[in-house]
Write a protein that binds this ligand. Sequence first.
Ligand code: SF4
Ligand code: SF4
Length: 439
Amino acid sequence: MQTNFTPEQLTDPHVAESEAILRKCVHCGFCTATCPTYVTLGNELDSPRGRIYLIKDMLENGRPADAEVTTHIDRCLSCLACTTTCPSGVDYMHLIDHARAHIENTYKRPLMDRITRNVLAAVLPYPSRFRFALRLARLGQPLKGLLRRIPSLKPFAAMLDLAPRSVPAPSPFSRPRRHEPQAERRGRVAILTGCAQPVLDPGINEATIRLLTRLGVEVVAPEGEVCCGSLVHHMGREEQALAAARANIDVWTREIEAGGLDAIIITASGCGTTIKDYGHMLRLDPAYAGKAAKVSALAKDITEYLASLDLPSHMPRGVTVAYHSACSMQHGQKITMAPKLLLKAAGFTVRDPAEGHLCCGSAGTYNIMQPEISAELKARKVRNIEATKADVIATGNIGCITQIATGTGIPILHTVELLDWAYGGEVPAKLKGLQPTAV
Ligand code: SF4
Ligand code: SF4
């Protein structure tokens, strides 16, 4: 794509990067066919190619964002299916990141939109505030119908829809501490405890730590970790996202210097995509660029790390698993085979739902901010999953777990919970009532 930025514009490294990305796009439109918002809405401006044009026009003309551009950029899930499809290697992720930051810096959103986004940014990344908000949400359930009728309050109705019936008690595994290996030592890792995940489903990190320590891996949950920053990063709040990244980098750098780390284990693929991008996010910060690149290189999804441990194979156990590959796993991190191979080696029968490349509509806070599109994508995803007739759904991202669980009665677990069970752990609580052969 031809671009017309002035030399002066290109002195801004963010503009220069976007220009290089834009020049790679050859307008072929292959990406439209796999874009969930184009497939759902059928509008070119809600396709990757359409958004690329909007971003080019806005940046090239040095214009502040307007309501139209903001609407179409806000509708993007950042699922990155377009990057998987694009034959020209267009780095859409960093382009949309720049567009979101530009919107945040130049566009004044309507009041309720600002309030909703401020609430999300002030609550979700902080486990104690999030826990309190979930309890509050139980009391707010009777207001759902009313909130749904007022367009600007629909996000609050969506929050109530997503809130679980009960909030699990805080897990001792969420506290900072060192977990000793229970077998011959084969590694030392740090685990990202996370923000929303340990509140919604503490069993995921518990299963991870139990499994790794049984396999001989020392697991450190270091003091001082914060949210990875992806929630605010996807809102265009760059300074808040970079502050979170720097705080985590300081914590993990201390651990690297103290005892060495073989990996930084991440159990939510949405966080993994962001942490693997810390090196890029902080490339212009001389004090952090090197440390950030090191942290990104050590970041591993739990299934990536387990795949390197050469686990033994088990006999079939009579449980069929529909594997839902989170967008951040398959498109963001390009991890497609490891989770399924691990499940198969552990004795599960694995099925791939149709249209596996399409987002479930969760996408961070998307299911709150864009509830209608999100609901359509969820219904489509659930139809495809239920068609597999699986006993269980496995995935690697808490956002997908929360989203899909509200649309189906099939139990949905994190992949590592099934692997922990297969390699000596207890039957996961969600499967205790299930009847197939081996449970
Ligand atoms: S990130 Fe997803 S929703 Fe956004 S343009 Fe790409 S494919 Fe479409
Ligand atoms: S597939 Fe790639 S090159 Fe083709 S229009 Fe989409 S982004 Fe541009």
